[in-house]
Design a protein around this ligand. Structure first.
Ligand code: AMP
Length: 487
């Protein structure tokens, strides 16, 4: 386990995304658009689809939501062929240029390849610098292009062997879906930090981030791609390779806590079931009496329900959500983010007036959401607001593809629970304990010698080495071309 020193993390290469790929379907691009729509929560900055028609590849990339872009027959007609791969890109402070929207397409010596990537490589800049020194030309500022360059550079003949060559060189948390001629390829990192699942629809196979993208197209969920596994579909047959030395899986705990859609299945249960259990366990660790349990919608819904059922306290909707705004957290500046909470939520005066309330959310990151909501509830007449968070204190940043701020901005990294409670102006504050989190997931507790999950957010234990020197000035500008250039 590695404990690392933090400078200011440079999020330039960050990708927190949804991926989808399908083989052998006459409706490949339409089904990909639907799959991406179901994965919209994984990224809203941009979306793209690349299809393969047996001879040529076709690419369409857009800023914004899938439903606003891939909604017309005209655009889907530009994407013919039986193979398609798609991508939703998450908004980060990195370059928002169109050229950074995936899938990336490249002509290689072994033919064309289109790639979608969810996750973050921890040695991408190191590899990129080496490749640039050797003469490689980079078009984007994304770490995904490093993978493309490694595949293109491999001396192996078959694309699948080139992919193996490439994944042996990269490190981090990643899930990749590619099409290379009539082959659909999926890769999950050696610890299975990022999710990837396999589905089947008639004669087609689907590789995608979450099972909700299978449900929307009526595909059957076959299984998760295993950690360190490469799966591919050739001549309609699903094949599997395990080129890495075997390791135990260690999925990212934040997929369970927040990121995955509640109806998606993670290790045999829906994210919803886990979140409800987190709420129940939080209640087990608590003794408070109150009039109401109020969720922060939608992120705290399942945990609040579990909490209220466990303690037998009424559950009520004390906050009403406007569904026509995206996730507040992803707005790129703190100023917009603070405003965003008000855009999204309003207090439901009739249910909270003069009540002692337990407010439940899934996680506390910068504390902006909680601060605003507690104030909102008091302004609307609540008697007492007690905040309960259905995960432990987040003290360490992420390097594997979840959008987390620097240590400086993480509230729990810099304040004690009592100080956070004061800052937020809540009457009391409790977080789910780390062992409670593991218990809620069906473990006896955290196995400290081999943690069952990637949980560095709470512990600072990073399963994959961070090779790139984060915060190094030398890497802050990856491209001299300005981000807004129309290129
Ligand atoms: P904050 O206001 O910074 O404390 O953020 C906490 C809120 O953001 C909670 O309501 C979470 O559901 C949500 N959240 C937590 N982590 C993330 C993330 N990585 N991306 C987007 N939203 C998040």
């Amino acid at each position: 386990m590695q404990k690392i020193k933090y400078k200011n993390y440079n999020p330039k290469l960050k990708e927190e995304c949804g991926v989808f790929g399908i083989s052998n379907s006459l409706e490949s691009s339409t089904l990909t658009a639907l799959g991406l729509h179901a994965l919209q929560h994984r990224g809203q900055e941009g979306c793209g689809i690349v299809s393969y028609d047996g001879k040529n590849y076709h690419s369409e990339k857009r800023f914004g939501l899938v439903g606003d872009n891939f909604n017309k027959e005209k655009i889907l007609k530009n994407l013919p062929g039986k193979f398609a791969v798609g991508h939703n890109r998450y908004s980060t402070t990195g370059s928002a240029a169109l050229r950074n929207i995936q899938p990336f397409f490249a002509d290689t010596n072994a033919g064309g390849i289109a790639i979608s990537h969810n996750g973050n490589l921890t040695n991408a800049i190191t590899l990129r610098n080496k490749l640039v020194k050797e003469g490689a030309i980079f078009y984007t500022t994304s770490d995904t292009e490093t993978i493309v360059q490694l595949i293109a550079k491999s001396k192996r003949e078959k694309t699948i062997d080139r992919v193996i060559d490439a994944v042996f060189q990269i490190q981090g948390g990643y899930a990749l879906v590619m099409i290379a001629q009539n082959t659909l390829i999926g890769v999950r990192d050696p610890f299975g930090i990022r999710p990837l699942v396999i589905g089947k629809l008639k004669n087609s196979y689907v590789f995608t981030s979450e099972t909700c993208a299978l449900d929307i197209i009526g595909a059957k969920f076959i299984r998760e791609v295993e950690n360190g596994e490469i799966v591919y579909v050739e001549n309609n047959e699903l094949k599997s390779l395990k080129p890495f030395p075997p390791k135990k899986i260690k999925p990212c705990v934040f997929e369970y806590i927040y990121f995955s859609r509640p109806d998606s299945i993670l290790n045999g249960k829906t994210a919803y079931e886990y979140r409800k259990k987190f709420g129940e366990e939080l209640a087990n660790e608590d003794k408070i009496k109150a009039d109401l349990v109020v969720p922060v919608p939608d992120s705290g819904n399942a945990a609040a329900l579990g909490y209220s059922q466990k303690l037998g306290i009424n559950f009520d909707l004390g906050l009403i959500r406007n569904h026509y705004v995206g996730r507040t957290f992803i707005e790129p500046t703190q100023k917009i983010r603070s405003f965003g909470v008000k855009l999204k939520l309003n207090a439901n005066k009739s249910s909270i007036k003069d009540k002692k309330i337990i407010l439940v959310d899934d996680s506390l990151v910068r504390g902006t959401t909680s601060y605003k909501i507690v104030k909102m509830l008091y302004d609307a007449g609540a008697k007492e607001v007690h905040l309960r968070i259905a995960s432990p204190e987040i003290k360490f940043p992420d390097y594997y593809g979840i959008d987390m701020p620097t240590k400086k901005e993480l509230l729990a990294a810099n304040k004690s629970v009592d100080e956070i409670c004061d800052f937020i102006n809540a009457k009391s504050l409790k977080f789910l304990s780390l062992n409670g989190l593991y218990k809620a997931m069906g473990f006896e507790g955290r196995n400290n010698s081999y943690p069952q999950l990637t949980d560095h957010y709470f512990t600072g234990e990073y399963p994959v080495e961070i090779v790139d020197e984060v915060g190094n000035d030398k890497i802050t500008q990856l491209s001299l071309l300005s981000a807004n250039s129309n290129n």
